[in-house]
Design a protein around this ligand. Structure first.
Ligand code: SAM
Length: 333
């Protein structure tokens, strides 16, 4: 059994999200509406060797799940090789290697990801209507993403999760249609509340279509039954269809139903900063420590000390809430 990474509130840290790049080929209005800021110099970014070394240390410290994200992780060159190396950490205690993607590159590359050793995939899909998809993501590629979902299924990257951020005035009328999609395609549909992590700083509480509203909208057409498993550190509350239909529903409601008490997550940005919460206002440069020539023991001491600084909870609902300076595309959602 590996050493256990624990924060100062006794929460075990088991889940590492690694951002492979800040770059993205979509312009989702709730994330990167004004396009990418200037590309950071390459030397500021962690190399694949550094990512592999750091991940190996994290696995030694008890990390069981690694999720690769971004930006759009598939925009980084040759992620299949990186996935192949990270998959070897399964011999050292890693249980689950996953990827979150906008799906654009999957029609051609899903099979290669599976062959490289990826276990699971989460694909973002904010609308089933071509015009709304284009309006929300800034790109007119709904058909291609749908093909990507099919390709991921055919490649055996199951169970496939589909993420939809529901924003009032944009796609809330599609919630039950997404549930129908989950049934038709036998996928896990996950609905996410809009969080104040948009680079345009246009987030408003009034735009948040709440977890409760999502549940009600689905229940009207497809009655749901809570899945009777301990939620543990999962972000979503999970439901199955009462009629036994295929697929599953997950509702992620960090704004209206925070779940920080069971958080097991920690994040590594593409430029090597540890973030202990999506809403952290401080970062800790693991890159600088690794590049300073620190020994493995010193790197472990640094990680353990940073984990002890993990925030007890996010403060979205407090009057003094400060939006993090980096947005979702930099933090790694
Ligand atoms: N490019 C990949 C993708 O599209 O899935 C991975 C990175 S993206 C930042 C990860 C997830 O964060 C996506 O499902 C996206 O919809 C979600 N996301 C981004 N900004 C968000 C926000 N302000 N509120 C809620 N979810 C957000």
């Amino acid at each position: 059994m590996s050493a256990l990474l624990k924060d100062s509130y006794n929460r075990p840290i088991r889940d590492l999200r690694v951002s492979l790049t800040d770059r993205c080929n979509f312009r989702c209005f709730y994330c990167l509406p004004h396009g990418e800021p200037p590309i950071a110099p390459k030397e500021q970014m962690l190399s694949y060797e550094e990512i592999e070394y750091i991940c190996e240390i994290f696995v030694e410290l008890g990390i069981e799940k690694i999720r690769l994200t971004g930006g759009e992780p598939m925009m980084r060159r040759d992620i299949e090789t990186n996935i192949g190396k990270l998959a070897k950490l399964k011999l050292k205690g890693l249980l689950d290697l996953a990827l979150t993607t906008n799906g654009y590159f999957l029609p051609d590359r899903a099979m290669g990801l599976k062959q490289a050793g990826l276990d699971r995939i989460t694909i973002s899909l904010d609308s089933l209507k071509r015009n709304v998809f284009k309006q929300m993501t800034g790109v007119d590629v709904l058909d291609r993403v749908l093909q990507g979902i099919e390709a991921a299924k055919n490649a055996g990257l199951q169970p496939i999760k589909i993420n939809a951020v529901i924003v009032r005035g944009h796609n809330e009328d599609e919630v039950a249609d997404f549930a129908a999609f989950a049934r038709e395609h036998d996928v896990k549909m996950r609905f996410i509340e809009f969080m104040p992590l948009d680079s345009g700083h246009d987030w408003s509480r009034a735009d948040v279509y709440s977890g409760r509203e999502i549940r009600e909208a689905i229940n009207e057409r497809f009655p749901l039954v809570p899945i009777d498993v301990a939620r543990g550190s999962e972000t979503s509350s999970r439901y199955r269809f009462a009629d036994g239909g295929p697929g599953e529903i997950g509702i992620i409601a960090p704004v209206s139903e925070p779940f920080c008490g069971a958080c097991s997550r920690i994040r590594l940005t593409a430029d090597g900063q540890i973030r202990t919460c999506l809403f952290s206002t401080v970062e800790h440069s693991l890159r600088d420590v690794v590049r300073s020539g620190a020994t493995r023991g010193e790197i472990i001491d640094f990680i353990e000390a940073v984990v002890l600084k993990k925030e007890p909870r996010h403060y979205i609902n407090d009057p003094g809430f400060v939006t993090p300076s980096r947005t979702m595309s930099f933090i790694g959602g």
